[in-house]
Design a protein around this ligand. Structure first.
Ligand SMILES: *Cc1c(COP(=O)(O)O)cnc(C)c1O
Length: 360
């Protein structure tokens, strides 16, 4: 046996959605927060064109994509790094800044990959209580230890769907020591951009990173393109731990075309918000507990773990897959991605029937 590094041996593999479709049913995945529709046709065309250059390595500096993102958001191009999905960037931050001598902190119901990233880095992973399923700035600040090095907060949050205001994020930052890196993961930022001023200006402090992705509102989850705005010193360190050719020519071309088609992305957000709010309204009318969401999913909270499991089984029996949230410390909840209207009608119908019948 080749001995594996002890901190890796102690880890469990990251749990992705498991979907076993019953015989005779077709798969309706509402489990991974993918976009309810295909990406912009312009992105698909750009991807096809990029295939004709696929014998070449991709641009290691993502030059055109960074330029487009810089122009769109009014941010400095030099501070942008792109990753093979934002998961890649989360992992790079943890590998570069956390180690066995310090700790990573996140809210109790945070995105589970923050824990995985901390474990890969060999760091301790601490959590702070939330207020219901909403991040509590005061609890996070109270949970900071002398060896805390990185704080991860997704805003809006996954799987909670709740969000902190810009001023709450600012007061979190203001309450952290200067030697604690704050990473604000805005994977769902595009769904909430109309509610607040952007947070990108916080990066100029030198101790804060903002992450975004093409996987959600832009509908490019399958191409693996994430990005973030980083202080220059941090970007220089991350470059050392990154795969130097991390995004394919196809991914870069499609993401660039998607940025340039803001109308399409905004339309996706509008469609998603309308369907989401209708989904939440219908579920509430049927007696389900669902918090307001600022994302492309809704979190349904059941009275017990057994009830959540039973509802999950009722959905799965029809080929509909929500996502159980045990990994985020919410075993009594199911997360339902805002899919197409037919998929949502089916899910609501099954849940209504379940609530009238086999409720444990
Ligand atoms: C979906 C999601 C990601 C992962 O995004 P990729 O860019 O596809 O790697 C990161 N953070 C949060 C909070 C997410 O929900």
């Amino acid at each position: 046996m080749i001995p594996v590094a002890p901190h890796i041996a102690a880890m469990s593999p990251y749990a992705l959605a498991e979907m076993e479709v019953p015989a005779g049913k077709s798969l309706i995945s509402l489990s991974q927060n993918e976009s309810l529709r295909a990406p912009s046709p312009l992105a698909a065309e750009a991807a096809a064109r990029a295939m004709t250059r696929a014998e070449l390595y991709p641009d290691p500096d993502w030059t055109e994509l960074c330029q487009a993102l810089g122009d769109l958001h009014g941010i400095p191009t030099q501070g942008i790094l792109c990753g093979n999905g934002s998961l890649d960037l989360i992992g790079c931050v943890a590998r570069a800044y956390a180690d066995e001598k310090n700790a990573v902190l996140a809210p109790a119901h945070a995105y589970p990959f923050f824990r995985t990233a901390a474990q890969i880095a060999g760091a301790r992973f601490d959590t702070a209580e939330e207020d219901g399923a909403r991040v509590s700035v005061s609890a996070l600040l109270a949970a900071v230890q002398p060896d805390t090095r990185v704080v991860f907060v997704a805003n809006p949050g996954n799987p909670t769907g709740t969000r902190l205001t810009r001023s709450e994020i600012r007061s979190l930052r203001a309450g952290l020591r200067d030697d604690v890196l704050l990473v604000v993961d805005e994977a769902y930022g595009e769904f909430a951009d109309h509610l607040d001023e952007p947070s990108f200006d916080m990066v100029t402090r030198g101790d804060t990173v903002i992450l975004r992705t093409f996987s959600k509102a832009y509908g490019l989850a399958g191409l693996r393109v994430g990005w973030g705005l980083f202080p220059p010193e941090i970007a220089a360190q991350l470059r050392k731990v990154m795969n130097p050719n991390n995004i394919s020519v196809v991914g870069q071309a499609a993401a660039l075309a998607a940025v340039e088609d803001q109308a399409y992305m905004c339309e996706t957000c509008t469609m998603t918000a309308r369907l989401r709010d209708s989904l939440i309204g219908r579920l509430r009318d049927s007696g389900f507990r669902v918090a307001d969401s600022f994302t492309n999913f809704a979190l349904i909270r059941f009275d017990s773990v057994a009830a959540a499991r039973s509802a999950d089984q009722a959905l799965q029996a029809e080929g509909v897959f929500p996502r159980s949230q045990a990994g985020a410390g919410l075993s009594h909840a199911l997360r339902v991605t805002v899919g197409n209207p037919e998929a949502l009608d089916l899910a609501v119908g099954i849940l209504k029937a379940w609530s009238k019948g086999a409720r444990p």
